[in-house]
Design a protein around this ligand. Sequence first.
Ligand code: DGY
Length: 337
Amino acid sequence: MSERPRVWVSQPLFADVLARLGEHFEVEATREVTRHEPAAVNAILRRMDGALVTLNDPIGAEQIAGAQRLRAIANVGVGYNNLDIAALSAAGILASNTPDVLTETTADFGFALMMAAARRMSEAERWLRDGHWQRWSFDSLLGADVHGATLAILGMGRIGQAIARRATGFGMRTLYHNRSRLPAAVEAECKAQYVGFDELLARADHLVLVLPYSPQSHHLIDAAALAKLQPHATLTNIARGGIVDEDALCDALEHDRLGAAGLDVYEGEPRLNPRLLQQRRVVLTPHIASGSLATRRAMVALAVDNLIAALGFGPRAGDPPSPINGGTRDRGPGTRI
Ligand code: DGY
């Protein structure tokens, strides 16, 4: 009997969802959340035919060097800036991600974070817990309205569109900017108007970032971009931390050049820029936008489907549902999220 392919699972995920891997492969699963060193990953991948990894696991030339058997990397996450797609493609390794299954959950969270920032919810709760509430007062902790305001979405992929659809229920005016303009029918369904980058910033009451992280979007929201926002505007980031220059953001908040911020992602997370922790008008959450139980399970299930199919098994053998490279739906870097 020929040897079964071997796959590695880089972090503890839902064991019952992962169990399907065992129907086809020898599975080596990491039992505790681990910060794997590149050399350790390389030693493992040299023995593997495939791997299922998370955004905590960078996979590039160093990790795959000499990994002759390796044919597939399944990323659990729609964003895949942890993968060096050029290096994987050059080595003939099929990479996949988990779009679609997290869209609505992530949009729910983005909208909630934007509202929490606008209405100063974290600040108000800290104030209350710290015992400051002596009597009801007419003018304490006044926030900005969300209903009827102008929502500005930067990055109008699946999640951006889902946020725009939510905004219609709040009577918001939605503007968006994206690498490419959406078809008229999609714009009409989202009730969203395409504008240039500068106009988006200038007109935003609430700016939400939902674009992929890439060298082009690194620190796209820097001091110059922040200066284009209205001083009452809020900034919400559910994309990747590196898109925002966090020191420039702190400067803007400290000098009242920005109303508030809601952040779920950070440059260098889980390490936080200490200045962010000092800001009153920010809501900070630990990268949980896609974190409902059902959605996280669905993400792992899709990654499992991708790995099984990429290694030539199951009903979609050779045709994984969501390939990034070398597949039937090659979307290249900067894919929409
Ligand atoms: C994603 O899917 O990219 C989220 O950030 C969580 O991984």
